[in-house]
Design a protein around this ligand. Structure first.
Ligand code: AMP
Ligand code: MG
Length: 482
């Protein structure tokens, strides 16, 4: 199947018109293709080479339509840094339709009813970041929206400085957000809330549907959202990912990661790290991500209360969120350090390791990669620490603990190397790729795509993509401008 031969359907348009605006994309000037992800295209059943599809560029630029496509923007609300905004919506995203369980949308494709004071555009630098991080998150095995193509253009877009406009073609099984429900709750349109819940159950949770009473079904849907969200956040914490803008409008209803803005991977472990300069209170600091997710889930319970018993949903949240989060996080951390058999001292060993990471000044990703090759000789890890002493002691405890394991060293190393990425998209590397892209050299973007999709593999010619941040730019903050 060729990409340009795909046939789309638009089930979201079966909802009442209050849910969306039908709107055509506004193409960019002199568009050009920067990068394509074959991996993402496979989700759509595309098996012909995307690079040879002459219509791809025009479709991503909104100049041509796939068969069945009826473009629209979705309406939603959201709590942004704790404050409620009743009317947000796709201000610069235009949805094209759905195929193979994936909803296609163009980010940066022009004005919509929901653009407010914005220009409907996305600049090149933020589009490169979103495109690559979507694919990298998938490469890390974490639920996420995907990105199939990135195009640049000659259209000027004014932010802090003048930049060029770009468009990312994004895919997701759902683009409904917590904020979509908040909108209909805030305008007291409870029948619309029910309509949306039924749509979400069909789209994302149809496996729950066996003969349930309606209220029971909504509660089950909510329980799934709680679990999925807890799982995704546990995975973020395990890889050291800071999302940066966990507003309820950026929370996917099926718990996957969406809307990549000023994200960061930790350099040295600092639980108080806040990647987003706008977040002056540290609401979405690395440490706060699980509790921010829980706070958002509590908002969701409240806005779903016209459909289900609020006390019961609160009970679900209380009983499920932290237990799911902790169980998944600890399971991942045990696996990351190569522990197969659970022992009573393991929790303390992991907690001790996290404390030690905080006091050793060693890159978070590098530590686990080096630990994956640990064979009893501590020097390789200690040489990477600014402060050697804490890990000197911890590795002694770890060595003793490993003696209780039954796998051979080689078996353990193989398993750990498949769980501890060599490549994560650090901001200083992304910035290098962005600077080159601004000069029309997209080679680094495409090299980053390769390691993003296969982060656990060695790529001998691409080693420079995992170089550490210079001392003076470790755990740097980014601004929201996009
Ligand atoms: P974000 O911070 O990217 O999640 O965006 C928050 C809200 O602002 C969403 O409703 C976006 O659609 C909207 N938005 C962000 N940037 C723009 C823009 N340049 N033009 C129009 N709307 C925008
Ligand atoms: Mg957003």
């Amino acid at each position: 199947m060729k990409f340009s031969n795909l046939k789309l359907s638009t089930p979201y348009l079966n909802l009442l018109s209050i849910f969306y605006e039908k709107v055509e994309p506004t193409p960019l000037d002199k568009p050009f293709l920067i990068s394509i992800s074959k991996s993402a295209s496979q989700l759509l059943g595309v098996d012909e080479d995307l690079a040879l599809d002459s219509k791809l560029l025009e479709i991503v630029n909104g100049e041509q339509k796939l068969e069945g496509s009826e473009p629209f923007a979705m309406c939603y609300a959201g709590h942004q840094f704790g404050d409620f905004t009743e009317r947000l919506g796709d201000g610069r995203v235009i949805n094209l339709g759905k195929v193979n369980g994936q909803n296609l949308q163009l980010k940066g494709a022009g004005l919509t009813l929901y653009s407010r004071l914005g220009d409907g555009r996305a600049v090149l630098h933020s589009s490169i970041r979103e495109y690559l991080m979507s694919e990298a998150m998938h490469g890390l095995g974490i639920q996420t929206s995907r990105a199939l193509a990135l195009i640049g253009s000659d259209t000027d877009v004014v932010r802090d400085t003048r930049e060029k406009g770009a468009i990312v073609l994004r895919l997701s099984p759902t683009w409904v957000r917590f904020g979509t429900f908040e909108y209909f709750y805030s305008i007291r349109e409870y029948d619309k809330l029910r309509e949306l819940a039924d749509y979400v159950i069909d789209e994302s949770f149809s496996y729950l549907k066996a003969n349930e009473e309606a209220e029971e079904l909504y509660l089950k849907m909510y329980a799934e959202i709680v679990k999925n969200t807890a799982r995704t956040i546990a995975k973020w914490q395990s890889v050291g990912f800071n999302h940066g803008v966990m507003n309820t409008d950026n929370m996917s209803i099926d718990g996957r990661t969406i809307d990549y803005g000023p994200f960061a991977f930790l350099d040295d472990y600092d639980p108080n790290f806040v990647c987003n300069t706008t977040d002056t209170q540290g609401l979405y600091s690395f440490r706060n991500q699980p509790s921010a997710a829980r706070w958002n889930l509590n908002i969701l319970a409240r806005v779903l209360s016209p459909l289900m018993d609020y006390e019961l949903s609160e009970e679900i949240l209380t009983n499920t969120f932290w237990s799911t989060y902790t169980q998944i996080y600890m399971e991942i951390m045990y696996a990351k350090i190569g522990l197969e058999i659970e022992h009573t001292e393991d929790k303390e060993l992991v907690e001790g390791m996290i404390r030690t990471l905080g006091s050793s000044s060693i890159d978070y990703t590098l530590f686990f990669r080096k630990l994956s090759r640990f064979n009893g000789d501590k020097s390789d890890i200690l040489d990477a620490c600014v402060n050697r002493e804490p890990f000197d002691k911890w590795l002694d405890k770890y060595t003793i603990r490993l003696e209780k394991e039954t796998l051979s060293i080689a078996q353990r190393q193989r398993k750990m190397l498949a769980l501890n990425p060599k490549y994560v998209l650090k901001n200083h590397i992304l910035q290098e790729a962005i600077e080159k892209a601004k000069k029309h050299d997209f080679s680094m973007v495409n090299e980053l795509l390769k390691v993003a999709l296969t982060p656990f593999d060695e790529h001998l010619t691409l080693e420079y993509l995992c170089k550490l941040a210079p001392m003076n730019s470790k755990n740097m903050q980014l601004c929201c401008s996009s």
